[in-house]
Design a protein around this ligand. Structure first.
Ligand SMILES: [Zn+2]
Length: 175
């Protein structure tokens, strides 16, 4: 039996959630399955919960996920099946991801109600990214500012063009 089916059969409940009571049982802790789970996920540090190891196995993750902004490791979220966060636990990395996401969400949700001030604010948040984040961007994408990334840039441009008929925040009419 493959390890995934073994996990599903022995450790998951009918709703696919991990049966945490089983994880605490002696028979399980001494079982071959327990050892296999640890061995297969030996890329994770010793202290991580078994839940995280099981998530990695079921999702074919073979190396410890990293933060998308810096080089630290991504946070494993305790919520069922949420998996890994996009970032590490640092506030600077978290706000970088969420400012971009919030900007996009507001545009979809509120359309014209997004004020130039809101866009300006989000842009300022993005530019307050810490030095380490910038170094990572430089290394990974050859840019020192997220605004220089092609994808980011064209998305923002497109939105500004649609809403305000200009392609950068500096040409926007003041409200
Ligand atoms: Zn980070």
């Amino acid at each position: 039996m493959c390890i995934k089916s073994e996990i599903k059969e022995k450790l998951l409940r009918k709703d696919d959630k991990i049966n945490t009571a089983v994880l605490r049982r002696d028979w399980f802790r001494e079982s071959e399955l327990h050892q296999k789970i640890i061995d297969i996920t030996s890329f994770l540090p010793n202290k991580v919960p078994l839940k995280e190891r099981i998530f990695c196995i079921l999702n074919d993750i073979t190396e410890r996920p990293k933060c998308q902004i810096c080089d630290d490791f991504a946070v494993f979220l305790p919520k069922h099946n949420a998996g890994y966060s996009k970032t590490c636990s640092k506030q600077s990395c978290r706000s970088f991801i969420s400012s971009d996401k919030r900007l996009q969400t507001n545009i979809t949700k509120y359309g014209r109600k997004v004020s130039p001030k809101t866009i300006q604010k989000a842009s300022e948040r993005v530019s307050s990214l810490n030095q380490k984040g910038r170094a990572t961007l430089k290394e990974k994408y050859g840019v020192s500012n997220p605004g220089q990334m092609h994808n980011h840039n064209s998305k923002v441009k497109k939105t500004l063009m649609e809403r305000y008929g200009v392609d950068n925040i500096h040409s926007m009419p003041s409200s």
